[in-house]
Design a protein around this ligand. Structure first.
Ligand code: AHR
Length: 660
């Protein structure tokens, strides 16, 4: 199959033919000058964007297996099924104690008589429960049994309904209490279920019925799915942005993300609908809610675990402008401003402060050392600038050291961008967050976007980007090689301009193969497996070869950004004393490059070369073929500081050599 984007490359090739006329058939000479390393590359340069979209949190990275554990979904028994068999009787009454339990008002009052037959309650999980053989599973329930002890039989079922592990738990007492039980699974099953059998005759009040694997990330009780976090850790990300995305804004203000409702005891975190539940008619997700088991404490902890700077985004008094567009009047912003200030105290404050104490009570007395914060997500218009000014003034007055990230709107150009860009620059804001979900062609032709940006203005955060191969039909927007290659070409432009582009993150991050709303996404998973897309491996090649300083790489004394379909950038790592060169060949033919490293006293003869490539632009990774596209590494040797190498067609190459 032909590379579909070759047409646009062809134009570039023709345009540059004059300059490179004698180089086309032979090799392109690339000169890397290590003599005077340029601007520092910030440790934050390559990061990750986390949003609870595509079942990324509940049903994804948050390892809870029970869906609707607190009966707070709009339909209180969604995900649950009770069944009476062979003469048993049972019923569930949903009790709402709004007045006394405002954050978690509902619970199930279950009564049964199973003197004969069986009465059961089964939870289907998030498109099934991912169960793994020999792993311990920890069950818990908040319950009371005022009319006498009751015994519950717990079983994991496989897709055919056979038991693959279980135990029993006795509930006693007339006060709410957390009861627990653990057991091991005897088989692996991606579509498991949890069945509770109520024995004898009795009544029970139950809430927060929960089941977690024990082998979570860092083995934290009721924690995160270790296999999914590992993908993030492997990127060695410079930052993690959370919790989104549009989820920050909410469809309307009432469903905006309120971080204070996501910290403290999980049973007190107020569940709300996930805005992606209803967003796309073609991808309905009626069972998509936010339990906030993954809340702001857990996000900060995750950031710390994977060595990433935490970058929380707060609501600035504006609901999603693609939805309700509600705004809070300017004279009523105080609670929103207070949330922002209190968040800084939660992250950084002493344990003698109200919010710092909560952080300590949750298990983290040391500050999280948060250094930056986003004000609004994809906001635009005068209404944003008006609110941003108030936020910036208030936050900077108390915390001048906190860097503020501000929105350039949802698009990288056009009316909204053209209004915001100068406004933000006039405000001397720290960072402008630019988003681009664009075609691969856009990425190729915009690799020089930042070459001409104002070097003295705000820094740039490329906060959300992805190559979208089809703009009409979402299921066809695949994470294919065409999109990944174009992103890599563009990223050489980000790296070349790392003096002003100081953060970048692909978006969105995660998607459940059976539960997604938005594609493409960086990492896909089902209930037991996961895979990195070609786009993931592009991100990884850049983030794990970040370097510390930009160095020039030129062909015919110019940066290489599309000439002959080749894109290049280079960095120096002053710690390891290595020169790292990234070269992307977007052409459909292999290309020879003649790399010459100048400016260093000694250039080692030995180095490494990593290549990411694939035969067809349509190629993808899948659960069945997860490593169809992945980097390979080989040793290389330079002769007299020179390396002549063949770049395969449609490939990303990263070369590392010691240069002392
Ligand atoms: O990444 C998906 C969505 O794209 C984000 O929520 C939003 O910020 C953007 O429009």
């Amino acid at each position: 199959m032909k590379f579909s984007f070759i047409k646009s490359i062809g134009l570039l090739t023709a345009m540059s033919a004059a300059v490179f006329s004698h180089a086309i058939a032979q090799s392109t000479v690339l000169t890397v000058n290590a003599e005077k390393p340029g601007a520092a590359i910030q440790p934050t340069m390559w990061g990750i964007f986390f949003e609870d979209i595509n079942f990324a949190a509940d049903g994804g990275i948050y390892a809870e297996l029970v869906k609707n554990r607190s009966f707070e979904f709009t339909q209180p028994l969604m995900g649950w099924k009770d069944e009476s068999k062979d003469g048993a009787k049972g019923a569930i009454l949903i009790v709402n104690e709004q007045a006394t339990r405002p954050s978690n008002p509902r619970y199930a009052h279950i009564s049964w008589n199973a003197a004969q037959g069986t009465y059961t309650l089964t939870n289907e999980g998030f498109r099934g429960m991912g169960i793994r053989k020999d792993i311990q599973y920890n069950f818990s329930v908040w319950a009371k049994a005022p009319e006498g002890d009751v015994k519950l039989k717990l079983e994991l079922l496989n897709a055919s309904g056979a038991s693959i592990g279980g135990t029993a738990v006795t509930i006693s007492g007339s006060d709410w209490k957390k009861h627990t039980a653990s057991f091991k699974a005897s088989a692996t099953e991606p579509k498991g279920k949890l069945r509770i059998t109520f024995e004898g005759k009795g009544t029970l009040d139950a809430d927060m019925i929960s089941l977690f694997p024990a082998d979570t990330w860092k083995n934290r009780p009721e924690g995160l799915r270790a296999d999914l976090v590992q993908w993030l850790a492997d990127l060695k990300p410079g930052f993690i942005r959370f919790p989104g995305g549009c989820i920050v804004e909410g469809y309307e203000l009432a469903t905006r993300y309120q971080w204070k409702k996501t910290v403290g005891n999980v049973e007190d975190r107020q569940l709300i609908i996930n805005r992606w539940n209803t967003e796309f008619k073609h991808r309905p997700a009626p069972d998509y809610f936010q339990s906030f088991g993954l809340g702001f404490f857990e996000y900060f902890q995750l950031a710390e675990d994977i060595g990433a700077e935490p970058l929380p985004i707060i609501n600035c008094g504006m609901a999603c402008q693609f939805n309700s567009s509600e705004v809070v009047p300017l004279d009523q912003l105080d609670p929103y401003l207070q949330d922002a200030l209190d968040l800084i105290e939660f992250a950084n404050g002493g344990t003698d402060t109200r919010w710092g104490k909560l952080r300590a009570d949750m298990g983290h007395p040391a500050p999280f050392n948060m250094k930056m914060m986003g004000v609004g997500n994809e906001q635009w218009g005068e209404q944003y600038i008006d609110r941003l000014k108030v936020f910036a003034k208030t936050i900077k007055a108390k915390y001048p050291q906190i860097k503020l990230i501000t929105s350039a709107g949802p698009f990288p150009d056009g009316e909204l961008f053209d209004y915001l860009n100068p406004q933000l620059r006039d405000l001397h804001i720290d960072f402008i967050d630019e988003h681009y979900y664009r075609s691969p062609e856009w990425f190729l032709t915009n690799a020089k976007r930042y070459d001409s940006y104002d070097r003295n203005g705000p820094k740039i955060f490329a906060g959300e980007y992805a190559g979208h191969t089809q703009r009409k039909v979402d299921p066809d927007k695949k994470n294919n090689w065409e999109s990944a290659l174009a992103e890599a070409a563009f990223m050489t432009g980000l790296e070349r301009n790392a003096d002003i582009v100081q953060m970048a993150s692909y978006a969105p991050l995660f998607a459940h193969v059976e539960g997604w709303q938005w594609a493409p996404d960086l990492i896909w998973f089902d209930n037991v497996q996961s895979f990195g897309t070609p786009n993931y491996y592009v991100q990884k090649l850049f983030s794990t070869n970040r370097g510390t300083h930009i160095i020039p790489v030129t062909a015919a004394n110019k940066p290489l950004a599309g000439e002959n379909g080749i894109y290049a950038s280079a960095v120096m790592d002053s710690k390891t004393r290595e020169v790292i060169i990234k070269v992307v060949n977007t052409g459909e033919k292999e290309a020879t490059v003649d790399i010459r490293v100048s400016g260093a006293k000694n250039v080692s003869a030995a180095g490494t070369l990593s290549v990411l490539k694939s035969a067809s632009p349509e190629d993808i990774n899948t659960l069945d073929d997860p490593f169809h596209i992945k980097p390979t590494e080989q040793a290389i040797s330079l002769k007299s500081r020179k390396l002549k190498t063949v770049l395969p067609a449609a490939s990303v190459t990263v070369i590392r050599v010691k240069a002392l």
